[in-house]
Structures are given as C-alpha cells and as structure tokens.
Ligand binder design. Structure first.
Ligand code: PEP
Ligand code: MN
Length: 264
C-alpha cells in the first residue's frame, strides 16, 4: 500500500508551499475553530504568528453536530483566510466538507483539511486526491488505525501523495473529555506508515486546560506537529470556546513545546 512503511521505508516530508512537515521540525497550526469575522481572524493570525506557528487554521466550512449551530462563513471566510495569509505570511489550512467545494477551497488554502466526520467520505477523499494541494486527514470519530490509513490510501491512489495525518481523539466510554486522545496512535502510525502525523489536543480533549499537557505529550511521543485552537476571546467564540486557548495560554504552550523538542 502507498501509505505503508513497507512500501516506502523512508519517512515522507510534505512540503506545503515551503513549510516542510515531517523533516524533524515541529510544525504548529493554530487559530480559531471557525472564521467568525475579518477582525477576529486577523487578530488571531497576529497572535499565532507572534507565538511561532507556521500555519493559520480556521474553519469556513464547518461540520457542526447541530444544524442550528453556526455553520461557518463559507466562501466569505475563505477570502478572510487569504487576506490573513497576505498580511502575515502564514500558510492557511482549512476544512473542505463537500466535493463541490474542493475547487474553491483550493483557490484560497495552502492545505486542505478533511475533518473527522468525513474521514470515510470516499467521494471527498478521491476528489482531494485529484487536487494539487496537500491534505490534512483527521482521524475519524471512531476509526481504527487501519481504516484511517485506508482513507489516506484513497487520497494517495488518486495521485496526491502529500498527506499528513492528524490524531484528534476517538469516541470511547469516557465522557469527561470530549474525545479520548489516542497518543499511542503516534507511535503506531510511525511504525505502520511513512506519512507525517500531527496531534490536535484541542478537539482531542475538549478542554483548554488539558491542551498544554497533551501538546507536551504529543511532542514527546514523536509527533511532527500540533494543531491547536486559539481565540482572541474564547468566552465569545462562536464554536469550541471551551477548548480554545487565550493568547496568554497559547504563548505558554508554545514556549514549552520547543523546550521539550530539544530533548527529543
Ligand atoms: C476542526 O479541526 O475544525 C474540526 C472540526 O475538527 P474534527 O474534524 O477533528 O472534529
Ligand atoms: Mn473546533
């Protein structure tokens, strides 16, 4: 299989317009859960850039559990993301939730995110597999490693081998945390696959207080990077405020992870 270590013994490096993922450097993708306004996004971008992230994240197409929750700004949000990239030089990673939107999202984003809820949306996987943009593939809500790597295979078999995996927690019997962050997936994926893997401790725990310790654990486990939600004012966030870091908390996490990286 194309994603397997057996097929490709050497670890892959995914180059996202000059930012390399998997080459030994720690790559951080940070920003709000959702793009809410141009002001909110530009403020977030400045914060994450100053703290050392290479990527700005932010959803314009949001896969919300409830149809009554904020659904995202869609194409308007994509324009704000492009504007934030122009102003900061950050790379932009944003989710694409439907086949019909792949072309438009590709025009604005540097990297396409396939979210947990779409990990087995095979039509979408094939569509991003035909795109020339690198893909961030999040682990499904209850996906085994084999199912996850097969999802990567769907993308790669269409010709796009620039796939980065993202562990974001899975559904277990535990309800204290939003998901159970499977840190062992990092070590397992490193053995089974040559693809880079990053960890999302924000969706992985659902609690901002747990983001820092889990970010540290991810770095120690050998993750190639992190995805974290950061909001200028989490209390006012339209989505996932409870798991979003304030600028102060974000800076604290960032200073810690690079110290840990040095010991690895
Ligand atoms: C996200 O990163 O915006 C997101 C919706 O995460 P997940 O797909 O992991 O739930
Ligand atoms: Mn979110």
């Amino acid at each position: 299989k194309l994603a397997s270590r057996e097929f490709h013994p050497q670890s892959s490096v995914v180059d996202v317009d000059g930012v390399k993922i998997g080459d030994g450097n720690l790559v951080v993708m940070a920003g709000p859960c959702a793009v809410e306004s141009l002001e909110q996004l530009l403020e977030s971008a400045k914060i994450v850039k100053a703290g050392g992230a290479q990527f700005l994240r932010g959803g314009a197409y949001k896969p919300r559990t409830s149809p009554y929750a904020f659904q995202g700004l869609k194409d308007e949000g994509l324009k704000y993301l492009a504007e934030a990239r122009n102003q900061t030089g950050l790379k932009v990673v944003t989710e694409v939730t439907e086949v019909e939107a792949v072309e438009t999202v590709s025009k604005y984003a540097d990297m396409l995110q396939v979210g947990a809820r779409n990990m087995q949306n095979f039509r979408l996987l094939k569509e991003v597999g035909q795109s020339d943009k690198p893909v961030l593939l999040k682990r499904g809500l209850a996906a085994t490693l084999e199912e996850w790597l097969n999802a990567a295979e769907y993308i790669m078999s269409e010709g796009n081998t620039n796939v980065v995996l993202c562990e974001r927690g899975i559904r277990t019997y535990e309800t204290y945390t939003r998901n159970t962050l499977d840190m062992s997936a990092v070590a397992a994926v490193k053995h089974l696959s040559h693809l880079p893997i990053i960890v999302d401790p924000s969706h992985g725990t659902g609690k901002w207080r747990m983001v820092r310790p889990m970010a540290f654990a991810a770095v120690a486990a050998g993750a190639d990077g992190l995805m974290m939600e950061v909001h200028p004012n989490p209390a006012k966030a339209l989505s996932d405020g409870q798991q979003s870091l304030t600028p102060e908390n974000y800076n604290e996490v960032m200073s810690g992870i690079f110290k840990i990286r040095k010991f690895m």
